[in-house]
Design a binder for this molecule. Sequence first.
Ligand SMILES: Cc1cc2nc3c(=O)[nH]c(=O)nc-3n(C[C@H](O)[C@H](O)[C@H](O)COP(=O)(O)OP(=O)(O)OC[C@H]3O[C@@H](n4cnc5c(N)ncnc54)[C@H](O)[C@@H]3O)c2cc1C
Length: 385
Amino acid sequence: MRVSTGRATQSDSRMFTVVVEAFGMGKQRQAERRFTVPLALLQGLMQTIARQGGRISAVLSGDASPPETSPPAPAAPQTTPPTKPAAVSHADVPVNLYKPKAPFMGTVVENYGLVGEGAIGRVNHITFDLKGGDPQLHYVEGQSIGIIPDGTDANGKPNKLRLYSIASTRHGDNLEGHTVSLCVRQLQYEKDGETINGVCSTFLCDIEPGAKVKITGPVGKEMLLPEDEEANVIMLATGTGIAPMRTYLRRMFEPAEREKNGWTFRGKAWLFMGSPTTANLLYDADFEHYQAQFPDNFRYTKAISREQQNAKGGRMYIQDRVSENAEEIFAWIENPKTHVYMCGLRGMEPGIDEAMGVAAAAKGLDWSELRPQLKKADRWHVETY
Ligand SMILES: Cc1cc2nc3c(=O)[nH]c(=O)nc-3n(C[C@H](O)[C@H](O)[C@H](O)COP(=O)(O)OP(=O)(O)OC[C@H]3O[C@@H](n4cnc5c(N)ncnc54)[C@H](O)[C@@H]3O)c2cc1C
């Protein structure tokens, strides 16, 4: 932010122009806006802009405005959820550094199971070394990479790539900046009495340290975190949909990662995690720890479908937890600094949608209108597969 106020004294009657982005309602939000005020009102104006979610890009001495505006009124209590564009910066987000025709050859560093005894299925945490690429394969939180499994498909053609959400922050789990981790569930299903194993997920879950793997990407800008350290983040995850959430939560609360990234999260984060059993919860101990360490900033709410009951006596799914907490979730959403992220199997979407619809209706809002507004404002982020 450029700030140029010159030297100011108590009796200073000079004017200052505050240049603001992403401020106001409707089309106004897309335009840069300028407010010119005397010094005595400058601080109050800046506070009001910050409260209403605007981004100040410069404070200039003098009247540098096309005289658009009188200063904005102090924030009124919100009655409908606002649709301010978020401070999600898409700048410097790497995309497709490596493509399928010339993938990067990563080396497996480690591969271990994430689920406990008695869990359903198999989910592994797999880390690849990315050193030595030109360009260096790098990424940011919320992106995915492609994996091309060895071997050929049923037609004898080389296997095609599959996408996986990145589960490590840009610094990697070891914070050295040259690894990427994934959280992979082995796909298994029955067909004609036979167990079919998914090609790539089985390839990854079985892979040994030292093996070379074809990696493409990174890709994706849908799930990027806002840069605002005071943003609020609601996360709705099922199964391996926890991968991007793990990157956010490490960025927010993992001490060594915080030190490395210099991003001092001061907002609130709330993770809703859906899982069939306790043994299937992923990275649970880490999240419990963050909640204990940062009780004012992080809430962790679990829906364990085969072990917990919802209010109607049925299985407790993530949408039931959303319904239980609907009032608070909507209070968060009314704050323009709040972003919602959803990730997991595609099947989770209708349930969440229904729960949000009921919750919105209770507040006199129409979810089918509100959701696209939030999406347009870059505050509703969904990656399901
Ligand atoms: C953006 C994105 C992010 C993703 N992130 C992750 C992640 O973080 N972790 C993760 O584990 N996965 C993730 N996936 C899914 C991943 O890309 C693969 O789709 C998954 O691992 C299965 O691939 P596979 O090669 O093992 O299965 P394949 O061998 O490709 O088999 C899949 C096919 O099997 C068939 N099939 C599947 N289930 C059944 C069934 N019950 N009955 C009959 N046929 C069936 C379908 O035709 C399906 O297309 C993500 C996908 C996307 C698009």
